[in-house]
Design a protein. Sequence first.
Length: 188
Amino acid sequence: MTVAVLALQGAFEEHRKMLAKLGADSFEIRQKKDAEREFDGLIIPGGESTVMGKLLHELGLFDIIKEKIESGMPVFGTCAGLILLAKSIDNDSAIHLATMDITAQRNAYGRQLGSFFATADFGDEKDVPMTFIRAPYIKKVDGDTVVLSEVDGKIVAARQGNQLVTAFHPELNDDTRIHRYFLDMIKK
Ligand code: GLN
């Protein structure tokens, strides 16, 4: 199994380490020819969604990636990756790949709570460590989107078919359960 990690900006290296720990091969997508390779799943990391959104267009990656997701390729967006996948962003006029039926709220925890740590359940998994960095949350899910985690009444993880998103950064903790969940999505 080979997982591509979008490596334009942000926290992509840590995702690759996580995948290696779980025995999955990975490579980085930095330009168009990388996105044209064969791969089984894609991780869109945290970073700055406006910058990544712009680079996707400038590097000619936008259409290839959107098309792959729409034709069912498993994708996992963390933090800014969640924002890039959202069909609607409550406090931003820009939308990006817009493949998932969620409404995201950017920088949703304000300045004071810009970064924090929590533990919460994720689907059937108990007490998963969650690191939030200037994180969004999901204000609303639509269609057949399933909520997987909530912290303080806010939705912080969800899945719609081949698409998984977390508002937090699972790659920054030692717990491999979220990445394993994504690899299981690819296997099925
Ligand atoms: N605040 C960033 C954004 O709005 C997301 C932060 C992150 O990915 N850690 O794009």
